[in-house]
Design a protein around this ligand. Structure first.
Ligand SMILES: [Ca+2]
Length: 320
């Protein structure tokens, strides 16, 4: 049992976050030791409420929820909230009753640094929202980047257009300063961008199959997925939805489903390209000193075995 990878999911639930959380709980390879919350799809207060609610649906109230930052790393309160993608409640406008549980006393940042130092090298953070909490953990505890096993993050648009605007992907756009801190921190990082997750589509017919299942998770997800499917039909004309967060979660469960490249990533923090993730492949050695020099490298996912990812998502969420 101790061979199971310990996972903390940093999340802004969010419909695909809900799928990723359930998927994590259904994955025998990993042990979810906590959820930390962040704004993104909804404000942080609602993200915390939704995280508690999802654990109650799953019957896993033994898992602690630590509330994260309400503002960006630069203490900006003007946040971009994607409630038009996920519903105003973040969970498909179902107006679920409030959860009975409460978040723990510790902040997300404290929880992250404490767990990393308690199990050095053994904890993987799966970051499914803007990276504020992770950046705060890096800044508040110099040992965090050494103690944390790996940070698998859903973020960035590598050599493709973003999904907030042509430059930026939503999680990075949510807090570009935090993202740049994380990418240049020296921690072991695997970034899964929308160049990869846009290959992983849960189709309308997959969803119909899910609807026929009696499993607890399948039933619940079918209720909340309507809003998400409508948004995708309108915004992308796809016959399905992108499995952003579940795909990133599976990168922590089974990295062999992906190929990746390694290089330096910097994030644009100002101007019309704010939130742009720029990957330096190190194939040219530049004469002049650049902002990419002497920065640690990160892994960036390049390809994904999409059929297997979809199959795993379906199988694990069907049976519960
Ligand atoms: Ca998310």
């Amino acid at each position: 049992m101790e061979k199971r990878k310990k996972i903390i999911i940093d999340t802004d639930p969010g419909i695909d976050d809900a799928m990723a959380i359930f998927l994590a709980l259904q994955s025998p390879e990993i042990e979810v030791i906590g959820l930390t919350t962040i704004y993104g799809n909804v404000y942080t207060t609602l993200a915390t409420r939704n995280a508690l609610h999802l654990l109650e649906i799953a019957g896993r109230t033994d898992i602690p929820v630590a509330e994260g930052s309400h503002v960006t790393l630069t203490v900006c309160t003007k946040l971009r909230i994607a409630d038009f993608v996920h519903g105003t409640d973040g969970l498909g406008n179902q107006n679920f009753p409030p959860p009975k549980g409460k978040p723990i006393e510790h902040s997300a940042t404290d929880f992250l640094t404490q767990q990393a130092s308690r199990y050095p090298g053994k904890v993987t953070v799966v970051a499914l929202g803007p990276l504020t909490n992770i950046a705060l953990a890096i800044q508040s505890d110099p040992a965090f980047i050494k103690n944390i096993g790996q940070i698998v993050l859903l973020g960035g648009a590598f050599a493709v257009n973003g999904n907030v605007n042509p430059a930026a992907e939503a999680n990075i756009f949510g807090d570009p300063d935090a993202a740049d801190v994380v990418f240049t921190s020296g921690a072991d990082i695997l970034a899964v961008g929308i160049n990869v997750t846009h290959q992983v589509i849960l189709t309308d017919s997959d969803r119909d199959k899910l609807a026929e299942m009696n499993g607890n998770f399948a039933k619940y997800l079918c209720k909340i997925l309507d809003v998400y499917f409508s948004y995708h039909h309108d915004a992308y004309s796809t016959k399905g939805v992108y499995l952003h967060d579940p795909t990133a979660l599976l990168a922590a469960v089974d990295p062999s489903l992906f190929t990746y490249t390694e290089g330096v990533v910097r994030v644009q923090t100002i101007g019309i390209t704010r939130g742009l993730t720029l990957f330096y492949n190190r194939q040219k050695r530049f004469e002049e000193v650049t902002e990419w020099n002497d920065k640690p490298t990160v892994k960036v996912a390049v390809t994904v075995d999409a059929p297997t990812v979809v199959k795993m998502v379906m199988e694990r969420l069907m049976h519960s």
